[in-house]
Ligand binder design. Structure first.
Ligand code: XMP
Length: 317
């Protein structure tokens, strides 16, 4: 019978046998999957695990600093790399969603490659790939069938010449959380909603720049912290805000405004393959909307996404 304890025990033993005294490099994202993969590997090989956490400038507000601190608290050997400007430069003027994903993926690989060269004699690349990532990337093979390219699957450039180790690639998300719980990883990390690799880059529709990121971080922060404060966060599978490439007319005091529109999105799901929009209480939505419009300069209208997957997807890009 599968239990998180038996999974941890057998996986740690397998990892030890497979990796021996080699060094492993692993890219942390702040999410559940890469964090659990890192702690499992750390349990197996200790300081031979070298983690790299890249700030792509597309993370949530304060995410990089907060998460880096909690990783260090967990005893992980982790290096934080600020690469914001490289990502913003690569994204400049790009509007097409797939082109944005590819640009983000490419800079990520370049930065990661640069950093991994600094770890001498590394033989392995650790990844937090989980089972649904494996099936989704297999089932969308071929250019015409490509739905959205997940840049963190099979994203290993040849020149990195590292063998891949993916300790979670047979697990679903709830199993990953259970394993993380057994490994005594902080609930703040385990209960965290999934967050896409390209981050806010695919929640800013159209071209991305630092100012749009700042606006969306503020909006997202108000939404997510309100969900946490009202106890709704744990009932939602994933939530976030989308900055629309649309301005609308509003009125503030006696003045006409012409500012951005944001959409809020919250879904329930088992594995991200299908999803339903969450019937958040009207009072809650009203409060969040007021807070966003009153506090975030540049936004004068908030809408709520009431589409399910399929036929919509969770992300808008
Ligand atoms: P969609 O939008 O396809 O998203 O319904 C399903 C789940 O996948 C996440 N997602 C991604 N995760 N890299 C990731 O790591 C990506 O490029 C990517 N695109 C979508 C999305 O947030 C949702 O949880």
């Amino acid at each position: 019978d599968w239990t998180p304890e038996s999974f941890v025990e057998s996986t740690v033993a397998e990892l030890k046998a497979k990796i021996g005294d080699d060094k492993v490099i692993l890219g942390l994202s702040g999410g559940v999957d890469s964090s659990v993969a890192a702690v499992l590997l750390h349990k197996a090989i200790g300081p031979n695990l070298h983690c790299i956490f890249v700030d792509n400038g597309l993370l949530r507000k304060n995410e990089f600093e907060d998460v880096l601190e909690s990783y260090q608290g967990m005893g992980l050997n982790v290096k934080g790399v600020n690469a914001k400007e490289l990502f913003y430069d690569a994204l400049k003027g790009i509007k097409d969603p797939e082109a944005k994903r590819k640009a983000i993926g490419k800079v990520f690989v370049d930065v990661f490659d640069e950093e991994s060269k600094k770890v001498e004699n590394a033989k392995w690349l650790g990844q937090g790939t989980i089972y649904p990532d494996v099936i989704e990337s297999v089932s969308v093979k071929g250019p015409s069938a490509t739905i959205k390219s997940h840049h963190n699957v099979g994203g290993l450039p040849d020149y990195m010449k590292l063998k891949v180790v993916e300790p979670l690639n047979t697990l679903f998300k709830d199993e990953v959380r259970a394993v993380g719980h057994t490994l005594e990883i902080d609930d703040a990390i385990l209960q965290r909603h999934p967050f896409p690799g390209p981050g806010l880059g695919i929640r800013i529709l159209g071209d991305v720049d630092a100012e749009k990121v700042r606006i969306l971080q503020e909006v997202d922060h108000i939404f997510i912290s309100s969900l946490k404060e009202s106890g709704l966060y744990k009932d939602v599978w994933q939530a976030g805000a989308i900055l629309l490439p649309v301005q609308s007319v509003g009125v503030m005091g006696d003045e006409r405004t012409y500012e951005q529109v944001v959409s809020l999105r919250a879904v329930t799901s088992l594995d991200g393959m299908t999803a339903d929009w969450v019937h958040l209480p009207y009072e809650f939505l009203a409060d969040v909307s007021n807070n966003i419009i009153n506090r975030v300069k540049g936004v004068n209208r908030v809408v709520y996404d009431i589409s399910s997957k399929p036929p919509a997807t969770i992300e808008w890009e």
